[in-house]
Design a protein around this ligand. Structure first.
Ligand code: PMP
Length: 406
């Protein structure tokens, strides 16, 4: 009998999913840095600020008080109460504690929701350009991602008629993200109205509203949840949010969801057989983030707004690059259509946004991410969650890179 081990065969559900392209670019940038190159990375979706001290202190106090054991499966009572209060205070939405779920980041909350709801072949409409993980998470859960592109003329927002055309009897969810990663586009109540109207006509479609960048909206823009715009959608919506971006707590891994009890209960089943509760210490920290002083949000928002303005202005001053001014998040999504077909000093013709981004990284030491991986080309995404001085240098390098093209 042949007892030689068989080669590992990945499950079908992950066979076509690679490690995130953004992480790959980050790894290449890190390698170049190790080789001594002064690479500036504008790729990561992470605030450069540190977690505020009051939040860190709450975590230390929790450790000392012995909050180091398993907690209630999908969130402590204290944290669920803090989330209920937050939704009431900031979003004018009423949820009961048993309509709240807490996971290891908004990412786990989304994963739980998809695993809890999708059967093989169920479709999920995703407003594109979209955060790349959405589509892969849908596939892992057995679903079929159906990206619907929001064009730049429409502020990269989902057009209601396009949404309507994409809905089939198998559509289970619409995934909407405002302000958006990667475009920074945000939806006003007037923008949301026609989308809500389409959903009202299709009662089988639930809404997953990812509001993780809610606190990062600039100028007079105020983020409004679609559930507040159309309360009738509350009974088939999941609001997704978390502390990662607002409170600079990406490493703590706390995200939450608010939705109808049967969905929340099904999500708890998924979580109970994967990670159990999110970290007890991080939950205590998140309570302080939500209940504690909020002034720091304003200061940080002002800092992000300055950086947005700096980057948008610098990009639009480069011939061949155009950049819409985004309402929120910490990303710009600029078109590089004007440099397509041009030649680098080493003789390469730029044929795609990926070519352009590779040229910027390999020859000009700036790491940015091609729009094609978010579902719209030829664009590139910049994360401006980086010190202003670095941003200025990066903008000068991008300008120099474009100038060097023939
Ligand atoms: N949603 C969006 C749109 C994001 O960009 C991210 C982080 N990149 C997340 C959710 C996940 O955030 P976390 O898991 O850290 O809460």
């Amino acid at each position: 009998m042949d007892t030689a081990p068989l080669a590992f065969r990945p499950a079908r559900r992950i066979a076509h999913i690679g490690v995130s392209e953004i992480l790959k670019i980050g790894a290449r940038a890190a390698q170049l840095k190790r080789e001594g190159r002064p690479v500036i990375v504008l790729g990561a979706g992470e605030p450069d600020f540190d977690t505020p001290d009051n939040i860190k202190d709450a975590a230390i106090a929790a450790i000392k008080a012995g909050a180091t054991k398993y907690t209630t499966l999908d969130g402590t009572a204290e944290l669920k109460d803090a989330i209920v209060a937050k939704l009431r205070r900031e979003n004018q939405l009423d949820y009961a504690a048993n309509e709240i779920t807490v996971g290891a980041g908004a990412k786990q909350v989304i994963h739980n929701a998809l695993m809890a709801s999708l059967d093989e072949g169920d479709e999920v409409v995703i407003a594109a350009p979209f955060w790349t993980s959405y589509a892969d998470m849908v596939i892992i859960a057995g679903g079929v991602p159906v990206p619907v592109v929001g064009r730049e003329e429409n502020g990269f927002r989902l057009d209601a008629a396009d949404l309507e055309a994409a809905i089939t009897p198998r559509t289970r969810w619409l995934m909407l993200n405002s302000p958006s990663n990667p475009t920074g586009a945000a939806y006003s109540p007037a923008d949301l109205r026609p989308i809500c109207d389409v959903l009202l006509r299709h009662p089988q479609v639930w809404l997953m509203s990812d509001e993780i960048y809610e606190h990062l909206a600039y100028g007079n823009f105020i983020c409004t949840s679609p559930v507040a715009v159309e309360p009738a959608l509350k009974e088939r919506s999941l609001i997704v949010n978390g502390v990662s971006k607002s409170y600079a707590m990406t490493g703590w891994r706390i995200g939450y969801g608010a939705g109808p009890r049967p969905l929340i209960a099904a999500m708890a089943v998924v979580q109970s057989q994967s990670t159990t509760n999110p970290a007890s210490i991080s939950q205590a920290a998140a309570v302080e983030a939500l209940n504690g002083p909020q002034e720091i949000l304003k200061e940080r928002r002002a800092s992000f707004e300055r950086r947005r303005d700096l980057v948008v202005k610098a990009l639009n001053a480069i011939p061949g690059i155009t950049c819409r001014k985004p309402e929120g998040a910490f990303y710009t999504f600029a078109s590089c259509a004007g440099v397509m077909g041009r030649k680098t000093p080493s003789g390469q013709v730029l044929e795609s946004d990926a070519d352009f981004c590779r040229y910027l990284l390999e020859e000009h030491d700036v790491a940015v991410v091609p729009g094609s991986i978010f579902g719209l080309a030829p664009y590139f995404r910049i994360s401006y969650a980086t010190a202003e001085a670095e941003l200025r240098t990066a903008m000068t390098r991008i300008a120099g890179a474009v100038e060097a093209l023939s």
